[in-house]
Design a protein around this ligand. Structure first.
Ligand SMILES: Nc1nc(=O)c2c([nH]1)NC[C@@H]1CN(c3ccc(C(=O)N[C@@H](CCC(=O)O)C(=O)O)cc3)C=[N+]21
Length: 285
């Protein structure tokens, strides 16, 4: 029997509200300009998880009145070919946002491919320009999963200023930007990763914990500080998070489930930023 005391942070419900707002804005743009916001999704190869995620993004676009243009490239695509494909989308006036599904194969220079995304179309927040703007607290597109995490924290009125935030994981589009966004809101941020000595001790300090390592049920309840806010940003095969939910929920005050927590918010932010991008591009022409 679980003695769960934590309140759930309902990402499905918040994403639904966010996508409804986005859909209303998309419809208004279409009505006013005759142009429908359009997201280009680029998928290299046919990794089953990536295929599923990209389909989910396209389905959600369709529901929000956003067009999607799907570019599928074979697994053996070279960096040069991928850069050329993305450069063409960057120049295409009918495309307002570009998402390159991560990861691409190891023979591809993913950074070079991301940098081929025009900054004004970087609705997935993966370019150096977006990262720098975010790091300086300037307006711009944020990386979608960290952006979704911040929206969840705000929706549940989680106080960030002065709190100890611990981010487990330091990937370029998840852990690292998540820490910067929390720092930007005056949290005291610690990054933990595979080389961290005594991870448990660090996690136990967390008022706000962001788990973004990609190891199923890696964080156990015994390391959760009583009353902590636990954000599980892990997406592992079988829809399993990085947090051992049952044991963590006995100690946390608020916790995101997997599925139904951070995942839906990632897509909601992608759609919201696509409409932001379309708004700006259509106003500029
Ligand atoms: N350039 C890029 N940007 C990304 O944002 C990006 C990426 N590459 N590569 C892969 C990860 C993963 N990701 C998820 C999005 C939604 C769910 C999601 O909605 N999951 C559902 C469950 C899935 C289901 O219902 O089948 C949930 O948690 O409730 C999960 C994971 C975005 N990613």
């Amino acid at each position: 029997m679980s003695t769960s005391t934590a309140r759930l942070m309902d990402g499905t419900a918040l994403a639904r509200r966010t996508v409804e707002e986005t859909a209303a804005r998309a419809a208004e743009i279409t009505r006013r300009t005759g142009v429908t916001p359009c997201l280009a999704t680029v998928l290299v190869g046919a990794d089953p998880a990536s295929v599923t995620y990209v389909k989910m993004k396209q389905n959600r676009c369709a529901k929000a009145g956003i067009r999607s243009k799907h570019v599928e490239l074979p697994a053996e695509t070279t960096t040069e070919e991928l850069v050329a494909a993305i450069t063409a989308l960057s120049a295409d006036p009918d495309v307002h946002g570009i998402l390159l599904q991560h990861p691409v194969g190891p023979h591809i220079d993913e950074r070079a491919a991301f940098e081929a995304i025009a900054p004004e179309k970087d609705v997935d927040g993966v370019t150096m320009a977006s990262f720098a703007a975010m790091g300086f607290g300037l307006p711009g597109f944020v990386s979608c999963t960290p952006g979704g995490i911040m929206r969840l924290l705000d929706a549940y009125d989680v106080e960030l200023s002065g709190k100890r935030a611990v981010v487990v994981g330091r990937s370029a589009i998840l852990g690292k930007p998540a820490g910067l966004l929390l720092l930007g809101r005056d949290a005291t941020v610690t990054y933990c990763h595979s080389r961290t000595v005594d991870l448990s001790a660090a996690v136990r300090e967390a008022d706000i914990l962001v788990a973004a390592v990609g190891k199923p049920q890696f964080i156990k309840g015994e390391d959760i500080k009583p009353g902590a806010v636990v954000i599980d940003a892990g997406y592992n095969p079988g829809n399993v998070g990085d947090v051992d939910f049952d044991s963590a929920a006995e100690r946390a005050s608020l916790i995101t489930p997997v599925p139904g927590g951070v995942g839906p918010m990632t897509i909601a932010v992608l759609l919201a930023q696509t409409v932001d991008a379309a708004e700006r591009q259509l106003a500029a022409r």
